[in-house]
Design a protein around this ligand. Structure first.
Ligand SMILES: [Zn+2]
Length: 609
């Protein structure tokens, strides 16, 4: 050890530590007012590399939860998670993988085919586990539709059998076909189970060039057991099995294409299947804190103020960062959604200081696992801390850190007739360019509350090129802008709190539909603040499927895969239905001209696995 370093240790380090302590003591002495300094401080910590992108179920996500609980406690919020803590724990299936014992043999007369998992066959993520033995029945496409007067199960008994079915439909993989809604593997598995079959084997028809599905466990948005054994079988082997009945796949496909169901028992053939899928469980928690109102007749009513705190970790297949090297980079999620959590903490401090004047109660919830499909908010509405009928409104903050040109989007403004006048009056002295969107359904946590008939609002400063990419960093946050938004929200909550009657619910005019998860990656960046019919793009990711298809910024998408696109919800829905690697027609308006393009969506099937 050199003299110099000893000096450093004995003198400088204690000095630096003292200074650090003094500075941190200053910065931790929180202000009850909403300040830009505190906003950025919360975001800096939550979006630091130390938290590793806060993926639900990871240590980084837990650290974030503890940070929020620490600040809730400091603000004097009552812990309402469970067991006297702020944490409302819940578990979720975070993935599925193959166990050690997956095997399959097919006896054809005297012959025995010994099949290899991963090469010849593969269980599907929703398959039941265990041993199954049974005779085989070919059941066409596995579709029963009264509406289309088509039934692959007509006149055939499949009780306790294993059905062999083709993927897709008699009209191929055509999205415009009325058969298309019966194409999903899960529908076919459920239908087979309803007919009494114990198992279902899928194979790819010859009409499809690409034989996919043996590359990895297929994930269809849910890991729940469908009640039947479900596997994908290599086409070559399926053809061999059909041959024993004197049939060939091509002829069968032609008949089925003419809407003539051609099901039959495959003689002298029996399959023995053993599947073992290991469903991996993780746990996480919503962070819940409470301020009780002081009006005896109104304090049973609550206003929920929420924001999700989880993000996408290291990207793990959902990153929108295009560069291959983006994989395994920390996706810090400063705007999405450390910004919302900073808002939540600031509002908790602000209202805690005014608790004496609060009539109704306020419930502050930091949701987890939003990025995995609104899991935390969905868990909350099933296990609410105040009856949902007494929940007056839900205010959601998701991505409020990138205010540009003072443009603020507010979703859900149609969920109460009172929202727009309230927003207008409180914004009058802030001067934000507020764009309202009526629908209460969108891809964030307010959706599940709106689905439970609660008026909702979601504050949002718009998508940007760093959305779900590693560059969503704290340095790019507009903390003064966020402060303005929080002033607007706090005024609004103050108003909701003091009126004696509850804010009224209205259902926005729209077709109600569940939020669908994206199955595919296309690389478009929609401009949510655009009012035009269709979905106008801010831009496209370089090298993405959208880029390759020739899409450009300012294009307006009006049709996708045969579905007309009137708004962002239509688009999300269309993307939810799209399939990876399947060429899909897209119709756009460019400078008033209607142009047809072809896009080949990329795969996001690794999303959870
Ligand atoms: Zn978000």
């Amino acid at each position: 050890m050199s003299k110099g370093s000893k000096f450093l240790i004995s003198f400088f380090i204690p000095l630096i530590l003292t200074l650090l302590f003094v500075f941190s003591a200053i910065s931790w002495a929180e202000n009850d007012d909403i300040t830009a300094e505190e906003i950025i401080e919360h975001i800096r910590y939550l979006a630091s590399d130390q938290l590793q992108g806060r993926k639900a179920g990871t240590e980084g996500c837990e650290k974030a939860a503890e940070y929020i609980a620490f600040h809730f406690k400091k603000a004097g919020l009552i812990p309402l998670g469970g067991d006297g803590t702020y944490f409302q724990n819940f578990s979720f299936t975070s993935g599925v993988k193959l166990g050690d014992s997956n095997s399959m043999t097919v006896d054809i007369g005297e012959r025995k085919l010994d099949l290899q998992v991963g090469k010849d066959f593969l269980p599907i993520s929703f398959s039941s586990d265990g041993e199954l033995r049974g005779g085989l029945v070919f059941a066409g496409y596995g579709i029963s539709s009264k509406q289309l007067n088509y039934d692959d199960y007509a006149g055939i008994d499949v009780k306790d059998k294993i059905v062999l079915v083709l993927r897709y439909t008699p009209e191929g993989n055509n999205r415009k076909s009325p058969f298309y809604k019966y194409a999903s593997l899960r529908y076919k598995a459920i239908n087979a189970g309803e007919k009494g079959a114990k198992g279902i084997i899928f194979t790819t028809p010859l009409s499809q060039k690409e034989e996919e599905g043996l590359g990895g466990i297929r994930f269809d948005g849910s890991f729940t057991d469908s009640g039947v054994h479900a596997i994908i079988l290599k086409r070559e082997i399926a053809q061999e099995v059909l041959k024993t009945a004197g049939k060939d796949m091509k002829t069968l496909e032609q008949k089925l294409g003419d809407k003539k169901p051609s099901s039959f028992i495959i003689p002298e053939t029996e399959a023995q299947i053993h599947t073992e899928l290991i469903r991996e469980k993780s746990s996480t928690a919503n962070v819940v804190g409470y301020i009780e109102g002081s009006d005896q007749s109104l304090k049973d009513q609550v206003i929920i103020i929420g924001a999700h705190y989880d993000h996408i970790g290291l990207g793990d297949g959902v990153s929108r960062g295009d560069d291959k090297t983006d994989k395994n980079k920390v996706h810090n999620g400063a705007d999405d959604n450390a910004s919302g959590i900073a808002g939540l903490i600031e509002l908790a401090e602000y209202f805690s200081n005014q608790r004496a004047s609060l009539k109704r109660s306020l419930l502050f919830i930091a949701f987890s696992a939003e990025e995995l499909g609104l899991l935390g908010s969905s868990y909350y509405v099933k296990h609410p801390k105040a009856p949902l009928v007494n929940t007056v409104a839900m205010i959601n903050m998701d991505m409020i850190g990138r205010l540009r040109d003072d443009k603020l989007t507010v979703f859900g403004s149609g969920s109460s007739p009172e929202w727009k006048p309230l927003l207008e009056s409180f914004n009058s002295n802030l001067g934000l360019a507020v764009q309202t969107k009526d629908s209460g359904f969108a891809t964030s946590d307010q959706t599940v509350f709106y689905a439970n008939d609660i008026p909702v609002l979601h504050f949002f400063t718009g998508v940007h090129e760093d959305y779900h990419a590693p560059d969503d960093d704290w340095q790019k946050i507009n903390s003064e802008g966020e402060k303005k938004i929080l002033l607007l929200i706090s005024d609004l909550i103050g108003k909701l709190n003091e009126t004696s009657t509850k804010i009224a619910l209205s259902k926005a005019k729209e077709e109600e539909r569940a939020p669908s998860q994206f199955n595919v990656y296309v690389g478009t960046i929609p401009d949510y603040s655009e009012e035009a019919e269709g979905v106008t793009l801010m831009g496209v990711k370089e090298g993405s499927p959208a880029d390759k298809a020739g899409l450009k910024g300012r294009d307006t998408i009006i049709e996708f895969g045969g579905k007309s696109i009137n708004n962002i919800y239509d688009y999300v829905y269309a993307l939810g239905e799209a399939e990876a690697e399947v060429p899909t027609e897209i119709v756009i308006l460019r400078e008033g001209k209607r142009i047809k393009l072809n896009i080949i969506p990329g795969s996001r099937k690794d999303k959870i696995n």
